[in-house]
Design a protein around this ligand. Structure first.
Ligand code: MG
Length: 158
C-alpha cells in the first residue's frame, strides 16, 4: 500500500455583516469572512491538504480568485472537485483532521454537523472526519476577532 500525507493552512479576515461558513455549514455570527468565494476557510485548508497529498499545488492555482467562475462559489463545490482529483489518481482518503482557531462564536455545538457535512463529500465515514475548534485565549489576530485560522491534515492511500 502506498500512503501520502498532506497538510493545508488558510486564513480569512472577518468583517461585520458578512456570512460565516465553516466546514460547509452556515454559522450564526455578527461577523463573517472576507473572500472571493463563500469564504469557507476550513474547506479551503482541507482542499489544500488533499492537494498537498497529491502534490498538485494549491487551491489558489486550481480556482484563481481572478476567475469570475468562483465568485461567491459554495466551497463544497471546490471540495467536490478536489476529491474528484484524489479519486481520479486512484487514491482513497483515509481520514482528515481539521483545527479551527476562532475567538467567537463558540463552535462546539456545531462540530458534529460539520463532520456530517464533510464526510459524504469526502466519501468516508463520519468517524474518519475530525473537526476541532479552539480560541487563542484572546491572543493575536484571531484573539482580537480580526480573522480565523485553520489547519488541516489528511492521509490518502492506494
Ligand atoms: Mg481561502
Amino acid at each position: 500500500m502506498e500512503l501520502r500525507i498532506g497538510n493545508g493552512y488558510d486564513v480569512h479576515a472577518l468583517a461585520e455583516g458578512l456570512p460565516m461558513w465553516l466546514c460547509g455549514i452556515r454559522i450564526e455570527s455578527a461577523k463573517g469572512f472576507v473572500a472571493h468565494s463563500d469564504g469557507d476557510v476550513a474547506i479551503h485548508a482541507l482542499c489544500d491538504a488533499l492537494l498537498g497529498a497529491l502534490a498538485l499545488g494549491d487551491i489558489g492555482r486550481l480556482f484563481p480568485d481572478t476567475d469570475p467562475t468562483w465568485k461567491g462559489v459554495d466551497s463544497k463545490i471546490l471540495l467536490e472537485r478536489v476529491v474528484h482529483l484524489v479519486h481520479t489518481g486512484g487514491w482513497k482518503i483515509s481520514n482528515v483532521d481539521i483545527t479551527i482557531a476562532l475567538q467567537r462564536p463558540k463552535l462546539a455545538s456545531r462540530i458534529l454537523e460539520m463532520r456530517q457535512t464533510l464526510a459524504p463529500i469526502l466519501g468516508i465515514g463520519v468517524e474518519a472526519v475530525s473537526v476541532k475548534a479552539t480560541t487563542t485565549e484572546r491572543l493575536g489576530f484571531v484573539g482580537r476577532g480580526e480573522g480565523c485560522e485553520v489547519w488541516a491534515s489528511t492521509i490518502i492511500f492506494k
